[in-house]
Write a protein of this length. Structure first.
Length: 341
């Protein structure tokens, strides 16, 4: 492997690899084989540092990561980081140690405000992947969560705001009617379920499949993506987005556009070749192949760019802003936030 840095909750594991970003571009461009075929003859290369979270965003990148191991891909020389938490990614992006990063959708907007417009969103990479899982059989609707304890990770990002929004829309007060126990990582929720410490959890894929594989009594109770769509509003539940530093875009626009093409091809490969993609996902220590193969159809990995990206993401951010302006950094991003729109 060329360059790959994996970051756990408190540690950075360095190994070598070179790939590209996030999950989800399968519907937009190219074929899987085009992601890495053309680059070896490039006379000049651009170093590109990319980070993704351990889950669907990293799963969508694995074909590009594999293609980039031997040499730069069409002029892009990648270094990848797989992190367990966005708390690892945000400071590195602000400090210039990362060029491109996959982050929770609302965090993209927060960073746009905090960094005074010095990041832009390149793509939506993951749609709704959040589920309520239960060790038991008492939850069949959001209303059934009243009086229950929910184990969750992702406080201050998409999981929290999506859960709070849906609870409110279904007549529950998130602060009074339920007890949310926040963990630092989704893997902690899986462990808590398996041990019996908790009986209900909010989990994204592929952690849902991991939990169910550990204990046959754990089941998927609610699909929050479906619950959001059932509201009939002009927004979609969006989990993740790909962002890039503005100064990197200005200096290396061609490299950014190459990345988007390569990433889209990687997403397409992952969505259409689940068995082969699952093996790559295990090889990068994201989740075991058996879990990845089963979870991929429910991971909603995409690569949505341009006007379509702006329409979907701005609607989602508006929904969060109406609920709590702090969820998107205090103000909605302006049009300059959306790359290529």
């Amino acid at each position: 492997m060329k360059r790959l840095a994996k970051q756990g909750s408190a540690l950075l594991l360095a190994a070598l690899l070179s790939l590209s970003l996030l999950a989800g571009c399968g519907q937009q461009t190219g074929t899987a084989s085009s992601a890495g075929a053309s680059g070896s003859a490039a006379a000049e290369t651009t170093k590109v540092s990319v980070a993704a979270l351990k889950g669907p965003t990293a799963m969508g990148m694995v074909k590009l990561m594999s293609d980039a191991e031997a040499s730069p891909v069409d002029g892009n020389d990648y270094t990848f980081t797989i992190a367990a938490s966005p708390d690892v990614i945000s400071p590195q992006l602000a400090q210039g140690a990362l060029d491109i990063a996959c982050v929770p959708a609302n965090l993209a907007a927060v960073l746009y405000q905090k960094m005074e417009g010095e990041v832009r969103v390149l793509a939506v990479n993951t749609l709704g992947v959040l589920y309520i899982v239960e060790k038991g059989d008492t939850v069949h609707s959001l209303a059934d969560l009243k009086g229950k304890t929910i184990c969750a990770a992702g406080k201050g990002s998409t999981p929290e705001y999506a859960l709070r929004y849906l609870l409110q829309k279904n007549g529950l007060d998130p602060d009074r009617d339920v007890n949310i126990v926040w963990k630092s990582e989704h893997a902690e929720c899986v462990t808590a379920l398996a041990s019996g410490e908790e009986t209900i959890a909010l989990l994204p894929q592929p952690f849902v499949t991991t939990a169910e594989s550990k204990d046959a009594s754990i089941r998927t109770a609610l699909d929050l993506n479906a619950a959001w769509d059932a509201l009939g509003e002009k927004s979609s539940l969006i989990t993740g987005a790909v962002i890039a530093r503005q100064d990197f875009i200005e200096k290396h626009a061609d490299a950014v556009n190459r990345f988007l093409t390569q990433y889209a091809a990687s997403v397409d490969y992952v969505n259409t070749n689940t068995v082969e993609a699952a093996k790559l996902i295990e090889g990068y220590d994201i989740v075991p192949a058996a879990v990845a193969e089963k979870a991929l159809p429910d991971c909603h990995i995409v690569c949505i760019t341009g006007k379509d990206m702006q329409e979907k993401l701005s609607g989602y951010l508006q929904t969060l802003y109406d609920q709590n302006p702090a969820a998107v950094g205090g103000a909605l991003p302006d049009d300059a936030f959306y790359y290529g729109a």
